[in-house]
Structures are given as C-alpha cells and as structure tokens.
Design a protein around this ligand. Structure first.
Ligand SMILES: [Zn+2]
Length: 79
C-alpha cells in the first residue's frame, strides 16, 4: 500500500490517485480537502481581479500554497 502525505494539512492519503484524490501543484502535494480550499481561495480572490492574467494567477496560487504549507491550512477568505 502506498501512502502520501499532504504538504498542507499533513494528512496521509492511502493509495493516492493523482488528480483524483491527490494533487501536485507548484511543487506542493495536496490532498483533496486542501485542493478544494485552494480552489475556493482562488475563486474568492479572482472575482475581484480584472483583467485576468495567467502570470498573476500562477503567482497567487504559489503564494496561497506557500502560506498553506506554513499554516497547515489554506486560508479561505470569508464571503
Ligand atoms: Zn491536506
């Protein structure tokens, strides 16, 4: 049995299925829950950002992931 650890919440994921139950984004391993948090966090921030650009998007994603690793959780902005 293969086990991988989420870099954010440190949860272990048994028999991870890449892109289904386990994600690898910007050098960070993510479990499903943290991936959902990341998407939510991105969504909240993107809404107020115009025009959209890829570089900004990537930078934001990397920033959220780095903070997530430090805090043990991805910060999702409140509505
Ligand atoms: Zn996680």
């Amino acid at each position: 049995m293969k086990v991988q650890y989420c870099d954010i919440c440190k949860k272990e994921v048994e028999d991870p299925i890449p892109t289904r139950t386990f994600y690898y984004i910007a050098n960070v391993d993510l479990c499903e829950g943290c991936k959902d948090d990341l998407e939510l966090a991105m969504k909240h921030t993107i809404r107020g950002h115009n025009p959209f650009d890829t570089k900004w998007y990537d930078d934001l994603q990397t920033k959220l992931l780095k903070e997530g690793v430090q805090r043990g959780k991805i910060a999702v902005a409140k509505r």
